[in-house]
Design a protein around this ligand. Sequence first.
Ligand code: SF4
Length: 452
Amino acid sequence: MAIKRAGEWLTALAANRKGEIFEIDGYAAVGMADGVRTPVPVRDTSPMPYGGELMFLPDRRPIVYHIESGDIETLTENPYEPGEPVFPVAAFNSPGYVQAYITGYEETAGVNSLPLFSYGAVGWRQGSFRSPLIRVDTEPRQDLRRMAREKVEAGVGRMRKRLPKNRLRKHLERCALEYGCPAGKNFFLGRYEAPLPASGACNARCMGCLSFQEDAGIPCSQNRIDFTPSPEEIAEVALVHIQRVKQSVVSFGQGCEGDPLLAAGVIEPAIRRIRKETPHGTINMNTNGSLPDVLANLLEAGLDSVRISLNSVREGCYEAYFRPRGYRFSDVLQSIETALARGAFVSVNYLNCPGFTDTPEEIAAFVDFRKQYPIQMIQWRNLNFDPLKYWRTMDAVAEHGVPMGMKQALQHIHNRFPDLQYGYFNPPREKWSLPNPNRKAPRAVDSGPSDI
Ligand code: SF4
């Protein structure tokens, strides 16, 4: 590999056992994508966006690039404190940015899984921490600088007076104030998208599920909702949000619940109640898409958009990660087909990971998938899961060639489908760049007598 001037590389970082982060002079940061290890040029990086976090990885060693010799090396001790251990550093970047590489590291023997975050490559240059990133969404929907705690608390106080008996309002208080959930905060701030969690159960066992983990070694980020809100409670929360937020979105399928299709019994009447009151706002569902017939009923009731979560469009890779119980990948494809046919705006929540998503096999499969299922949008979401464990799991079920790089992968798909919207957040219908041609004009659904 051509040896370049030090200035062209992102300086490597490491941490000591106290978690103190330091630069390693003479070494460049290394990005990883399954078998690929590559030094990161500064030109491919940007300063870490506001709200990102740095983490050090226990029981692991940093992989770095020695600029002088041009060698990729694994550090086994702290170069500034011989005999002392040294640990890799990773970036958990803010929403709206796709991580081009995983930070370079290797595991020591017998390690536990890493917690549910994404571990982006990161280094130091020009006075800032920098990461190789691709921005896919510029909306400040989850910009923490616009979510001051005191404003959220004031919003909570107002909503307590407005919806005193509503259990869902009470649940969202915990989401906003205790879990720090941006969607929960946005409800109380009256911004963008409000969450409507309703389901305590799920028929998948995703390896990286935020609300339920069978692997005792991985802590959940939040507990699942432990009650089923009534259609009235759901509709009340949704209508308060729709009536005070322009271009509002209300969404079923949140991190603090199972899959909303399993709570259709309360969600369907809730949607009808919302649409009885107003044609405004976008009613969205984030789901695993496991039950196409149930989804069809919700679309008939007035659901506007659907976001289906996928780590892969290949059956074996999908089932290895989602571990479905009682449904198959073909059911998910059926749900996508049904939603498209019924005029919904359909997004894929593409759980992406360098070293898998950018492999020739996954990209080729996605191109075939999009030809058959003309979805409107990809929401690029960095996979929050132990990358080495993920690559091992995916490589056990499918052959993979050399990753082309996330930047090239996003460009390749864009070149093939220039009409395909990229983003991170569920857009309100006013921002659908490619409305579904099967979509009928919004209509007030007559659902008979209502007592809202
Ligand atoms: S579909 Fe959602 S709720 Fe169900 S296991 Fe996967 S991440 Fe968890």
